[in-house]
Design a protein around this ligand. Structure first.
Ligand SMILES: [Zn+2]
Length: 292
C-alpha cells in the first residue's frame, strides 16, 4: 500500500495521516438519500455499515510571531481508549494508526506543537488523549497546546440526549486538567496561513480549516464534506444537528471550491485523502490528488 505523500503550499507542507478505519451505518451517513443510490458509492456490509477512514492532517510551516517552524495536527483520529463493545459496533481497525503514520514521516508524538480540533466528536479527537499502562488518561502529545473553539468546548462538556454518544468526556476533559487547552472565539488564524472557519451544521460549533500558501488554498472539510461521496449538496449526514445549515454551507462552499480550485482534504474518505471538486455537464466529481 502506498503511503500518501505531501502537498507543498508556499511555505506550508500538508500531509494527510491515517489513524485507521472504522464503519458507520450507511443510512446515517447519507441522511435522506435512499440506499439504492448511496450503496453505489459506498457499499454496505452485512450490518449496513460503510467503510470510513480517519485522516488527521499534519501541517508544517512557520510559527506565529517567530522564525521557528511549527508542527500542527488537525484532529487525531479515534485513538486507543475505545472499549471492546464500541470498537466492535464501529468496526475500528487501527492496524495502521497515527503513531505509525507519524513515524513514517520521521515524527514522534513529542514533535506536535499544536493540536487543533475541528470539533470534539470521538472520531476526531479520541486520539487527543491516551490511556497509559496504569489506566491513567493523559494528553497524547506532551509538548502540544490543544486549540479548541470555546463554544464547542461548552457544547461538548454539556451534551444532550442527541449528541451524548459523540462527545466522550475522556477525549478532552483530561486536557483541561493538564492545563494544555487554549480556547478561542471566532474565525481566527491558528498558524500563518491557517485559519478556522465556522460552519455549524454537523454540530453547532463545527468548523473547517482554510489553509493558504503560494497563491493556492486547501481546505480540511472535516464532517461538512466527510467523503468524496458527499459532494452533492443534499447528501448530508443524518447525524447532523442542523442539516439546513449544512445545506447552506455546502451550496456556497462547493461553488467556491470549484471556482477557486480548492484542494479538499477528506477526513473520512476510505481511499481519497485529497482531491479537487470538478464539474462537467452540471455533474460534480472528485479528481483524486492523494489516495491510498
Ligand atoms: Zn466524523
Amino acid at each position: 500500500m502506498r503511503q500518501a505523500g505531501s502537498i507543498q503550499l508556499g511555505g506550508l507542507t500538508l500531509t494527510p495521516l491515517l489513524d485507521g478505519y472504522f464503519r458507520l451505518d450507511g443510512g446515517a451517513m447519507f441522511g435522506v438519500v435512499p440506499k439504492p443510490l448511496w450503496e453505489k458509492r459506498a457499499p454496505a456490509d452485512e450490518r449496513n455499515r460503510i467503510q470510513l477512514a480517519t485522516r488527521p492532517l499534519l501541517v508544517r510551516g512557520p510559527a506565529k510571531g517567530s522564525a521557528q517552524a511549527a508542527t500542527m495536527l488537525i484532529d487525531a483520529g479515534i485513538g486507543n481508549k475505545m472499549d471492546a463493545k464500541s470498537a466492535d459496533i464501529y468496526a475500528v481497525d487501527r492496524t495502521r494508526n497515527l503513531s505509525h503514520a507519524l513515524e513514517e514521516h520521521g515524527l514522534a508524538v513529542g514533535d506536535i506543537d499544536i493540536a487543533l480540533a475541528s470539533h470534539l466528536h470521538f472520531d476526531h479527537v479520541g486520539g487527543f488523549t491516551t490511556k497509559d499502562a496504569s489506566g491513567e488518561i493523559r494528553p497524547t502529545f506532551p509538548s502540544a497546546r490543544y486549540v479548541v473553539r470555546a463554544a464547542e468546548w461548552e457544547d461538548a462538556t454539556h451534551p444532550h440526549e442527541r449528541n451524548r454518544a459523540s462527545y466522550l468526556q475522556d477525549d478532552f476533559v483530561p486536557l483541561e486538567a493538564a492545563g494544555v487547552v487554549e480556547f478561542f472565539d471566532g474565525d481566527v488564524e491558528i498558524m500563518p496561513g491557517v485559519r478556522v472557519r465556522w460552519t455549524g451544521g454537523h454540530a453547532r460549533n463545527h468548523q473547517v480549516v482554510m489553509i493558504e500558501g503560494g497563491g493556492r488554498t486547501a481546505v480540511f472539510t472535516a464532517d461538512m464534506i466527510p467523503t468524496a461521496a458527499h459532494i452533492d449538496e443534499p447528501w448530508i449526514m443524518g447525524y447532523d444537528l442542523y442539516p439546513m445549515e449544512t445545506l447552506a454551507f455546502k451550496r456556497a462552499f462547493i461553488r467556491e471550491a470549484i471556482d477557486h480550485e480548492y484542494l479538499i482534504f477528506f477526513e473520512h474518505d476510505p481511499t481519497i485523502a485529497a482531491g479537487y471538486i470538478r464539474e462537467q455537464d452540471r455533474k460534480k466529481y472528485v479528481e483524486p490528488v492523494l489516495s491510498d
